[in-house]
Design a protein around this ligand. Structure first.
Ligand code: DC
Length: 252
């Protein structure tokens, strides 16, 4: 991998000739497009903070499951909405970094290792529909990003969380390619409790849920560069994002 030419405190503080206080990179797109892995690598390269916003929705999804909310029914069970909003009062979320890796804490308990299951994926997508939930997450996301160089990935970063982000990229891939990656990820973790078909169907449902909600849905910002990673491996995807960043910053 060639080193990123951008240097913190040098090029990054002078964008288009004017002094920028900080630089923010927004990576949005559906699940399985590779955003998180790409964002993590780019942030490391550039010495930026990486914020995985999906982990925050996952943490609330798991908190809700642990507090007895049942997500096994229809995706947007209106019966759950009131109970979920009530739960927000006691939901004390904290994001921290251990050895450079993001960890999420709920009421002081580290949730990080428990939020990547299929069950939590569904819960996260379901809670993310609720405006009150999103507003709480977005407030914290903006607070974390304020005044620092950051790479943030999610669904609404370029459109809602950081509408003035320095660089916006919308990363996508075909549903089959994304489901294959997600399935492999689960198998690699030793979770073989789902068939490929289930993973694929869940992902399609989640895409639909994320992109049709009324508040801050998954959508490409008008000024975001589109990157399709269907035929790219991870290294190629990272290289493509790196190239877009350089070009968007006028450094290439
Ligand atoms: O990126 P992920 O798969 O970890 O995200 C989990 C869910 O959280 C996803 O289905 C939608 C929701 N989400 C969101 O609505 N907005 C974000 N900025 C990030 C995630």
């Amino acid at each position: 991998m060639s080193p990123l030419i951008l240097k913190r405190g040098k090029d990054m503080n002078f964008i288009n000739g004017s002094k920028a206080v900080h630089c923010s990179i927004a990576l949005d797109g559906p699940s399985g497009a590779g955003k998180s892995t790409i964002a993590k690598a780019i942030a490391k390269d550039m010495n930026y903070l990486y914020l995985d916003t999906g982990a925050m929705y996952r943490a609330f999804g798991l908190y809700a499951i642990r507090n007895g909310i049942d997500f096994s029914g229809s995706w947007n069970d209106k019966g759950n909405e009131k109970a979920l909003i009530a739960l927000l009062d006691s939901f004390d979320l904290d994001v921290n970094y251990v050895d450079g890796l993001q960890r999420v804490y709920v009421c002081g308990e580290d949730y990080t290792d428990y939020i990547r299951t299929n069950e939590v994926s569904k819960a996260a997508s379901a809670v993310a529909v609720i405006s009150a939930v999103r507003l709480k997450m977005v407030e914290l996301q903006r607070k974390i990003a304020a005044g620092i160089n950051v790479v943030m990935d999610g669904r609404d970063i370029g459109t809602y969380v950081l509408p003035n982000a320095t660089v916006k990229i919308f990363v996508t891939a075909s549903p089959i390619a994304r489901a294959k990656r997600r399935y492999k990820e689960l198998l690699d973790k030793g979770d073989n409790s789902h068939t490929f078909e289930q993973v694929y169907n869940d992902m399609i449902e989640r895409d639909k849920n994320d992109s049709t909600r009324s508040f801050a849905p998954l959508t490409r910002a008008d000024d975001a560069t589109l990157l399709d990673t269907t035929d790219l491996n991870l290294e190629e995807s990272i290289e493509a994002v790196r190239s877009i960043i350089l070009s968007r910053l006028g450094l290439k």
